[in-house]
Design a protein around this ligand. Sequence first.
Ligand code: ADP
Length: 420
Amino acid sequence: MRKRFAKLGVTRLARMVEISRILNSATNLDQVLTHIIKEAATLTNTEAASILLLDPRTRDLFITASSNEIPEHLATTPVPLDSSIAGAILQANRPMYIPDVSQDPRWNKGVDKAIEFQTRSILGVPMRDVDRQPVGVLEAINKKSGEFTRQDAEMLTILADIAGVAVERARLNEDLQQAYAELNDLDQIKTDFISIASHELRTPLSVILGYLSFLREESSPEMMAQFDTVLDAAVHLRTLIQDMLNFQYVDTGRDTLELSQIDLVALVQEMMAERDETAVAKQQTITISLPDTPLPIFADQGVIKVVINNLLDNAIKFTPQGGQISIKLSQHGQEAWVCVNDTGIGIPSEQLDRIFRRFYQVESPLRREHEGLGLGLAIVKELVELHQGRIWVESEEGRGSHFYVALHLDGQAQGPPAGK
Ligand code: ADP
């Protein structure tokens, strides 16, 4: 390689470095091909240049780019590997010089005819991928004056080496972009499905709940217990649907928030005014610890309620009969902190980060004792982040958990709005 560079001369070497830089930074396959064609014709001082690439799936060779306009039917017709000049170069995996194509039986006159061009001579080199396997052919066509030189062949070979890798990279990049777009589409379909399904489920469920409550009031004492069981199940279903509905906030982002100044202390006081039926049934005590002064935050009241309710529901759910749960509000510097504590089953330390992922649950789905979709904390985290806040958990397995939410106090400097 050093010998090859020595012969190239400083100007040409500098040009190759520049070409390599441009090709390495290009991500679009068409851009890469157009650039290679232009440089191949300039470097070898020829009338035209063409690139033929192997289809990675069918292994057919196609004219993929050319200085001449290639009609659609030619671009989509495979060039036969066994009876064409490009096919011979590809299969031999080495450069070839054809000084007079009219004397070569492998020459296909049809192409010239279709593009109204007259090919006289061809210098062709294989384009190779990083594993040195041929992926295509680069051809310089019709030297403008004189014959092709050894230096032309060397320049074209180096260019083809750089180009082969650039083509491979551009293709990978395009595949990646396509996979990313498909994933985005799938994600959108999933979100739409959750949103439609939850809306559709809510209406009939409201009817069921309404009639159940009414029938329960009217029922005999013996029937009451049965109605309670059915009502419990229906309420549970409503919670699951609410989790699904909360997705709307997450996927539409900050724009849907109805922000106003609220006092976190007053909000929690109001929320805790009613005793939680499930906690009562499990004989759990819920205590509240509030500061003496208000904690003003600029937030969506409904969303903050969703956050606190989710953490509280989890504390109740994952704490056994007779356990203790507490909610503590406090000021830390420029932030208001909400801490939801329980004396429940706790979370193994290696799972602490994962529980905030969508659909993640510590218990195996097949051996679960607790109900739920595994969506609550993922939604809570995204809702807190929409408010530019933070959420984290401290926990010890078997001893309980402490979930913290930190929100900026209103009037305190905040970072740029969370993008979404
Ligand atoms: P879900 O409660 O519907 O399963 P979440 O996203 O709310 O989903 O919680 C994810 C998982 O995190 C739960 O399945 C549970 O394993 C764990 N977890 C959440 N809160 C607690 C808690 N207070 N104590 C113990 N584990 C918890």
